[in-house]
Design a binder for this molecule. Structure first.
Ligand SMILES: C[S@@+](CC[C@H](N)C(=O)[O-])C[C@H]1O[C@@H](n2cnc3c(N)ncnc32)[C@H](O)[C@@H]1O
Length: 424
């Protein structure tokens, strides 16, 4: 890395803007080696004398090959000048919109101006050879596509932050700092949403097992939290494989998928009972490649129904298009009779989850609650099981926190079954 203030270095207590941008951009990297080409750029001084830094990373593998966010044209020009001639970045020579990835020869940078809190915010992006090559390689590869989120103590991840909310021990001070920065009531409100969500699977597994489903796919599984710090709301959180072991006698299968590398260090040591689950390091934004990879084809029988859990994962995929396309591919590929269980952060008058967007984004976590209509749309034309879209603790009366107010979950949950005929 070429910058002097390494955001990955331990010891710095407050994440720099560069570290936050690094975390956000790392999620989009197809080739982690691209991070080595990151350039930290000094911005300012502004009229008020303030200075800042931003991180420019050549991001491969998706439509965006490089991206940097700056405030105003002055900073944009500074970035342009800083990037010119850098390896991994194209010549900075164009202020128009970037060219399409399908025209890799027309490489140029673009600027997109947005208004952000009364100031102009410019997003620059471009395509370069490494990005295009990574994109093409990804499309053609049979491997499970993923850029693992690194296990860096200074850069929070959703999985570690959520683990901290649940009272787990797979997190760092930097992950806990996010909610210790909140007022006590706010931190409690957020922790309550996490606890309610984590206690939803028992009802789902019972429902699916009653339908004779033996295969379970947990997308964005997070950490198994089996030794949570005691808290008034905390129950022991059963793991999915323990739940399945209790309900499914014949040939139970459980496959966990997540893109956070630390989860794979934990995997294996928490397993108490059969069935032995499989862990796949994968990114659900690349759903088509993930499901068609030889590993996934082997781990599950795609001629028999599969229960898919997507619990509190999609709120961390901010791009509506990516979430919609991933879900469409998933519904298309699942065999008839499969079950889709989704929980998703949503606003309630008494508990608007949108109030957490700003602090979580500031910590580098792209939290995106959605409305009931958008969440319902994720099920396509699959009919929702009764009672429809409701908070997770109201989906079945057996939820241990069913007595909590409707809005306490800060989320909506739904379950749908793939019809025997028709497409997703
Ligand atoms: C809030 S946690 C929810 C964990 C678990 N599903 C639950 O309900 O308790 C969100 C999880 O989704 C994972 N995740 C987010 N985006 C992902 C992606 N694009 N591909 C795979 N996993 C993802 C995170 O790493 C994290 O473990």
């Amino acid at each position: 890395m070429t910058h002097h203030d390494d955001p990955t270095a331990s010891g710095s207590s407050v994440p720099t803007r560069a570290a936050r941008e690094c975390a956000l951009l790392a999620e989009r990297l197809a080739d982690p080696a691209l991070l080595e080409q990151a350039v930290e750029i000094q911005l300012g001084p502004e009229d008020d004398g303030s200075t800042d830094t931003c991180l420019a990373v050549p991001v491969g593998g998706r439509r965006v090959a490089g991206q940097v966010t700056v405030m105003g044209w002055g900073q944009a020009t500074q970035v342009m000048l800083a990037l010119t001639g850098r390896p991994g970045f194209p010549d900075v020579r164009d202020f128009g919109f970037g060219a399409g990835i399908d025209e890799p020869r027309a490489i140029r940078w673009g600027l997109h101006i947005q208004s952000a809190e009364h100031r102009e915010c410019a997003q620059m992006w471009g395509y370069h050879a490494a990005g295009v090559e990574a994109y093409v390689a990804e499309r053609e590869s049979e491997a499970v596509p993923v850029t693992p989120l690194p296990d860096l103590p200074t850069v929070p991840t959703v999985a570690r932050f959520y683990d901290a909310l649940l009272g787990g021990h797979d997190n760092y001070a930097e992950d806990r700092r996010i909610f210790t920065g909140f007022a006590w009531e706010e931190a409690e409100a957020l922790a309550t949403t996490a606890v309610i969500n984590r206690l939803h699977p028992p009802a789902i597994v019972r429902y699916c097992a009653d339908r004779g489903i033996t295969q379970y796919l947990d997308l964005g599984c997070g950490f198994p939290v089996t030794d949570a710090t005691p808290h008034p709301l905390t129950y022991r959180y059963p793991t999915l494989h323990d739940l399945v072991a209790k309900e499914v006698v014949e040939d139970p299968r459980v496959v966990y998928v997540d893109h956070d590398i630390r989860i794979y260090r934990t995997a294996g040591i928490e397993i108490e009972a059969g069935p032995q689950p499989e862990w796949v390091l994968g990114d659900i934004r690349y759903m088509g490649q993930l499901l068609s990879s030889s590993r996934m084809r082997r781990l599950l029988d795609w001629d028999r129904p599969i229960a898919v859990l997507l619990h509190d994962v999609l709120p961390w995929i901010p791009d509506d298009g990516e979430a919609t396309v991933s879900l469409a591919v998933l519904r298309e590929q699942l065999p008839p009779g499969s079950v889709l269980s989704i929980t998703h952060a949503a606003d309630f008058d008494e508990n608007p989850m949108s109030r957490f967007i700003k602090p979580l984004h500031a910590a580098g976590l792209a939290f995106t609650p959605r409305g009931a209509r958008a969440i319902g749309g994720l099920f396509g034309n699959w009919p929702l099981e009764s009672p429809g879209l409701v908070p997770p603790h109201r989906w079945r009366p057996e939820h241990p926190h069913a007595e909590l107010p409707f809005h306490a979950a800060g989320a909506l949950a739904g379950v749908a079954v793939k019809p025997e005929t028709g497409r997703g």
